[in-house]
Design a protein around this ligand. Structure first.
Ligand code: HXC
Length: 258
C-alpha cells in the first residue's frame, strides 16, 4: 500500500491514512487502497475493533484531494463521489466497532471519514469542518447525511452552509466527538477504549452495532424486532453460555470466543 499503513495488535487493527505531505488528503488511489483494506478487515474474524487515524500530528485527513478534483468532469466527479461513498458506507456497515482517532484537521472528506466511524476521539488540536461550499461544491462523501444524523439538522446546516471550522471542544459540545484528550495521549486513550471493547463477547458486541445501525434507519417497531432477533441469536453462542455460567459460579470468563 502506498498511502495507508495497517497493523494489528492483538484483536485491534489500526489503519493510518498516510499522505502527510498533503495532510493525508484522499485521492482516488487512497480510496481504492482503503476499500481493499476494509474488504480484508471484513473477512478477518480476529479483528474485534478497527481504529482509523492519520499520519503525523497535524492532520487526520484534510479532505478529498483538491488537486485531483480541480479538473474533474461532471462524470469523473460523480464517479469519485460514488467511490468514496461506497468505501465509507462499507466502513459504517462493518459489524465490528470502529473508532476514529482524530489527530488534527478533519475537514471535508476527512470529517466525513470520521463520521462513518462509530466513535470519535479527538486530540486538543483537532479541527472539524465541512468547507466544501468555500470551494464551490457540496460535501460528497456522506457529510450532508451523517453530520445531520449525528449533531442534528440545525447544527449540521450551520456548519455546512458556513464552512467554518470548529475546534475539538466545540465538536465535543455538539456531540460530534465523544471525548477530547491531549495529543500525546490520543493513541493510548483510543487503544484503552478499543481494548475495553475487545474484552467483551465479540459476537454480542457486533450484534449491538448491527441493532443500533439498522434500528436508526427504520421505525421503532422494526428496530425492536431486529433487537429481539439479534438478542435471541446470542443464545446460539458459547460466549452466552460460558458468561452466564461464570456469573452463576461467581468467577470471571477466561476469554470470550468468536
Ligand atoms: C490536496 C491538500 C489538501 C487537500 C492540504 N493539502 N489539504 N492537498 N487536497 N484537501 C496540501 C496543501 O496544498 C499543501 O501542499 C500541504 O497539503 C500542506 O497544506 P498547507 O495548506 O500548506 O497547510 P496549512 O497552511 O497549515 O493549512 C492547513 C489547512 C489547509 C487549513 C488544512 O491545507 C486547507 O485548508 N486545506 C484544504 C481543506 C479543505 O478545503 N478540505 C475539503 C476539501 S473538499 P503544498 O504542495 O502546497 O505544500 C472535500 C470534498 C469531499 O473534501 C467530497 C468529495 C466527493
Amino acid at each position: 500500500m502506498e498511502n495507508i499503513s495497517f497493523e494489528k495488535r492483538d484483536n485491534i487493527a489500526v489503519l493510518k491514512i498516510s499522505r502527510p505531505k498533503f495532510l493525508n488528503a484522499l485521492n482516488s488511489n487512497t480510496l481504492l487502497e482503503l476499500d481493499s483494506i476494509i474488504e480484508d478487515v471484513k473477512r478477518d474474524k480476529d479483528i474485534y475493533v478497527l481504529v482509523i487515524t492519520g499520519e503525523g500530528n497535524k492532520a487526520f485527513v484534510a479532505g478529498a484531494d483538491i488537486k485531483e478534483m480541480s479538473n474533474m468532469s461532471v462524470f469523473e466527479a460523480r464517479e469519485f463521489s460514488i467511490l468514496g461513498n461506497s468505501v465509507f458506507r462499507k466502513i459504517e456497515k462493518l459489524e465490528i466497532p470502529t473508532i476514529a482517532a482524530v489527530n488534527g484537521y478533519a475537514l471535508g472528506g476527512g470529517c466525513e471519514l470520521s463520521l462513518c466511524c462509530d466513535i470519535r476521539i479527538a486530540s486538543e488540536n483537532a479541527k472539524f469542518g465541512q468547507p466544501e461550499v468555500t470551494l464551490g461544491i457540496t460535501p460528497g462523501f456522506g457529510g450532508t447525511q451523517r453530520l445531520a444524523r449525528i449533531v442534528g439538522t440545525s447544527r449540521a446546516k450551520e456548519l455546512i452552509y458556513t464552512g467554518r471550522m470548529i475546534d475539538a471542544k466545540e465538536a465535543e459540545k455538539i456531540g460530534l466527538v465523544n471525548k477530547v484528550v491531549t495529543q500525546e495521549n490520543l493513541m493510548d486513550e483510543v487503544m484503552d477504549l478499543a481494548n475495553s471493547i475487545s474484552k467483551n463477547a465479540p459476537i454480542a458486541v457486533r450484534m449491538c452495532k448491527v441493532a443500533i445501525n439498522r434500528g436508526i434507519e427504520v421505525d421503532i417497531e422494526t428496530g425492536i424486532q431486529y433487537e429481539t432477533e439479534l438478542f435471541s441469536h446470542c443464545f446460539l453462542t458459547e460466549d452466552q453460555r460460558d458468561a452466564m455460567a461464570a456469573f452463576l459460579d461467581k468467577r470471571k470468563v477466561d476469554k470470550f470466543k468468536n
